[in-house]
Design a protein around this ligand. Sequence first.
Ligand code: AMP
Length: 427
Amino acid sequence: MSGFQAPRGMRDLFGADAAAVAAVERAAYAAAEAAGYQRIISPIAEESALFERGIGGSTDVVAKELYRLTPHAEDSTTLALRPEATAGILRAYIQHGMRSAPQPVRLVTVAPFFRHDRPQKGRYRQFTQFNVEAIGDAGPGIDVEVIELGASFLNQLGLTGVEVHFNSVGCSDCRPAYAAALRAHFAPIEGELGEVDRTRLRDNPLRLLDSKDAAVMRRAESAPALPGHLCDACAVHADVVRAGLAVAGVKVIESPRLVRGLDYYNRTAWEYLLPGEEGQQGALGGGGRYDGLAALIGGGPTPAIGFAIGVDRVVHALHDRKIEIRAATQPLTVICGIDEGSIGARIRLASLLRAAGSAARADVTPRKIGKQLEGASRDGAVAVIIVEPDGRYSLRAMIDGKQEEPTDEASVLRAVAALVKRTERRA
Ligand code: AMP
């Protein structure tokens, strides 16, 4: 027997857990695609330099959590498993000249990401994110669109009460003065800082607002807030976003020290939080504007904004609240039979039903008919068809036990379609 286990922080999902993740993924694509976002499927690894330059060397995600792959002897670059979506998607936008398409380019992906974090409930080394990116538009309107999209997605899943915490993190014009104010604020506790936080104090004091060190967190509570340091253009942008969200029905909670974990954000930054959750569990997702990222990774100036919502955390939240997300499955037909001679006919009928747009499976086990019917009932089938040894069919409606005997495959298909309609009317 093998003693292998799934890697620490990486899970096998099956049964109800896998179904829940898949259902959230389907709902995410449906919500984004209905709003005009198109799928992008990008590689799970990129050159590690893309993340180092794009996300920032002093962020936890790059400094501590990046999975770098050992390069093969003939390769000149080191690859890393992607810790987030934005840098790779923007790299794709630049590489494929999406700039010449109508702007903004709206993209969506639901995919796995990797961070060498300390695992706990809701924090994994491989996790799934629902990512939305709108690239190529600097105006505040797209900020409102993207923030509302994430909020209404969570709401429609049944996670009502999600809070949208909102801030503006300014731009390269107004941030230096804020960084200086923060540096002055944290300078008195410099001696208490660990090595990483001391480097942050020097190079990137905004990162201190994200620190998990108790002394830094205490000090952060009285840190100067960003909004007071914004330049006029950033302040106006934030006000237009706030006003748009209010009219669109998204209530925001001002969160003046929210900076988010990555360096590339400017102006709009927000998080979707579930109130009353311990630790990180309540952070369902977040996003921000990242107008400067394209230039950092070798593209021309390209304003953009996006969010990431953690699918694993959404699934936990739904589970904790006993909210079932219904998979939009089609009514199932099961085709049974007892003699081996009808196996081919059973499979063929199931395939024809599927080709006609129904869900169908053949029961090809050597079980008694009674057991096959039990299995069909357990799977929630609306119809069971028995292929008799002499090739005749009998069709049973599970909803009321009514039986009929269609004479050929075409009439089986018609009878199933009629039965599905009858069942739907009753439901
Ligand atoms: P971030 O990219 O760090 O802004 O994360 C966005 C969202 O992804 C978070 O709010 C979480 O819901 C989810 N997330 C981030 N890191 C993890 C992780 N290690 N495990 C599970 N979910 C995560």
